[in-house]
Design a protein around this ligand. Structure first.
Ligand code: PLP
Length: 239
């Protein structure tokens, strides 16, 4: 193995151990939680190594980095998640490689994603990003719609050609009533997911938890954790 492959294999094993332990602690089966490795700012060569090591889900947050990387890795059996704030002028590019967009937070974006997905004849999975630090019906500091806006967006996605409603996503808030209370934040997301599934039973993905708080996410019931730093190392630049 190369040095980098050794390093990533070791990190992956540690993350796997953490997820497994969190599942045991929560009385959940390991298969209930899917690891998504967030490869933002890291090169396509790392994505290739991760694929060789058995990773099947990767995530990116900036189209200008993600698009060439996804193109370089198009031969790999990977599911690509887009997790960053998304401007409508980038949608055309993103729907070319993203299987799931986890950051759907406004109706204009739904319209653009639908048009783009139809154009390239792909079905794009959508998670509604929930901002737990926003006032009712507002948007969060780091994107996301307030809980009061979920239902309307969910209905829009469901009716939009080319799109599939998969569930909800959140990032633990740094401000507001949930600041520093990751478990409470993720439990709130689970309650919102339960509400959503009454009208949309197939939308059962719950994406929560990153390197620092994946245990809390698994404890709350997350189906997907998004882990960057703990697998790839501290990012060389902001992203
Ligand atoms: C970067 C990022 C992650 C991963 O964060 P780490 O702390 O590096 O694990 C997860 N989710 C989103 C939306 C991100 O932008």
């Amino acid at each position: 193995m190369t040095e980098r492959k050794d390093e990533l294999a070791g990190n992956l094993a540690k993350v796997e151990e953490r997820i497994a332990a969190a599942c045991v602690a929560a009385g959940r089966k390991r298969e209930e939680v899917t690891l998504i490795v967030v490869t933002k700012t890291y090169p396509a060569s790392d994505v290739r190594i991760l694929s060789e090591l058995g990773v099947r889900h990767v995530a990116e947050n900036k189209d200008q980095d993600a698009a060439p990387k996804a193109a370089e890795c198009s031969d790999l059996p990977l599911t690509w998640h887009f997790v960053g704030q998304l401007q409508t002028n980038k949608v055309r590019s993103v729907v070319g490689y993203a299987d799931v967009v986890q950051s759907v937070d406004r109706s204009k974006l739904v319209t653009a994603l639908s048009r783009g997905a139809v154009r390239v004849e792909r079905e794009v999975g959508c998670l509604i990003q929930v901002a737990l630090d926003a006032g009712e019906r507002e948007r969060g500091e780091r994107g996301g719609v307030a809980p009061g806006g979920i239902e309307e967006l969910a209905d829009l996605v469901t009716e939009a050609p080319g799109l599939r409603l998969d569930g909800l996503m959140t990032v633990a808030p740094l401000t507001g009533e949930y600041a520093g209370r990751e478990l409470a934040a993720f439990e709130r997301l689970m309650d919102l997911s339960t509400d959503l599934r009454r009208a949309h039973p197939a939308a059962n993905m719950v994406s929560a938890g990153m390197s620092a708080d994946l245990e809390q996410a698994v404890a709350a019931g997350a189906t997907h954790v998004r882990v960057g730093t703990a697998v790839l190392g501290v990012r060389p630049r902001l992203g």
